[in-house]
Design a protein around this ligand. Sequence first.
Ligand SMILES: C[S@@+](CC[C@H](N)C(=O)[O-])C[C@H]1O[C@@H](n2cnc3c(N)ncnc32)[C@H](O)[C@@H]1O
Length: 377
Amino acid sequence: MNRVKEIRKERGITQECLANMISISRKYLSMIEAQNATPSISIAINIGNALEVSIDKIFIDTKLDTPITYPKPMRYIDLFCGIGGFRYAAQSAFKKIGLSGKCVFSSDIDKYAQESYAANFSEVPAGDITKIDEKNIPDFDLLFGGFPCQAFSICGLQKGFADTTRGTLFFDIARIIKEKRPQAFVLENVKNLASHNNGNTLKTILHVLRDELGYHVDYHLLNALDFGLPQKRERIVIVGSQKPFEMNWAFNISSKKTLSDILEKNVARKYYASSDIVEKRKSMHCAKEYPSIWHENKSGNISSYPYSCALRAGASYNYLLVNGERRLTPREMLRLQGFPDNFKIVVSDAQIRKQAGNAIPVDMIAAVIERFLPLAF
Ligand SMILES: C[S@@+](CC[C@H](N)C(=O)[O-])C[C@H]1O[C@@H](n2cnc3c(N)ncnc32)[C@H](O)[C@@H]1O
């Protein structure tokens, strides 16, 4: 028996407001209030703090869920690892939760991504995942992967994932999950995944993860701008666990970095666009804010914002110009993705541009991992 509803009403707090205060969904709070769900001790403590009542006064005769026992260390694998965005995100989330983590396997086919990863994590990722036998991957608890988006043959849905997804990189994720049965996974993909191949790509992925591999799965479209990074980067994040869970995707991140925090002061001449380009851009557009990042779209229209549009691996050289004048430096691109300043840049400007454009927004994925792990274990 709990008195959450009664005490909340006494305090004049709405259900929605209390749910937001303790970062759980309104639906889950409503289940707790209706005595249909028993919260974990940490959620019960949060409820007590929010209502300013000790938990024994709220949860009378209630056996609260036992504290979560995480694997020690939390073993994870970093698939399609690029330059380690997931790894930084995991390290940050683990630290906040108080977990020790160990990366037991990483893979990326790109030689330059491997060089960057090795310089920063002292570990050379394995190469092409399609050539790696899943049985040879060490056991792990958690799988991370930001995989390329490819179409599937939807007509194979009835036949099973081997027929449906073979030849795509999602097939490799699925066969590794099938063999190793990790407790949980976090996957990331472009916003387009939802509309790709008339929605069939995402539908197939969810079908395989849920119906064939037996995981509880949820997903959401998130934007790096909402996670304190001055970059509009929308990505679909898919989370899955062997355990049923209810993820609250509303994040309320108060600490925000601005463009001024990201931009370097003394920038080498080589990053400046030619005077012809600068003059042309300035004749077409007048920025309302300073500093700003000017963005040229596919039809040549210029717009500017006090944040960057999404970094892109294969974008044209002058796609984004700071104040309409210069390109972003490698360090600025890494900062826009939330990489720390001690990230060692060991490849050419062209390669790091591609790598930063491919990476995940670290702060966004760290927030997801931090929220998801207590639900998944
Ligand atoms: C979208 S990026 C992921 C970037 C990464 N999340 C990060 O934060 O840097 C996809 C990565 O998949 C890698 N990749 C593509 N095909 C692969 C394959 N067959 N085996 C392993 N990695 C592959 C690419 O080289 C690229 O680095």
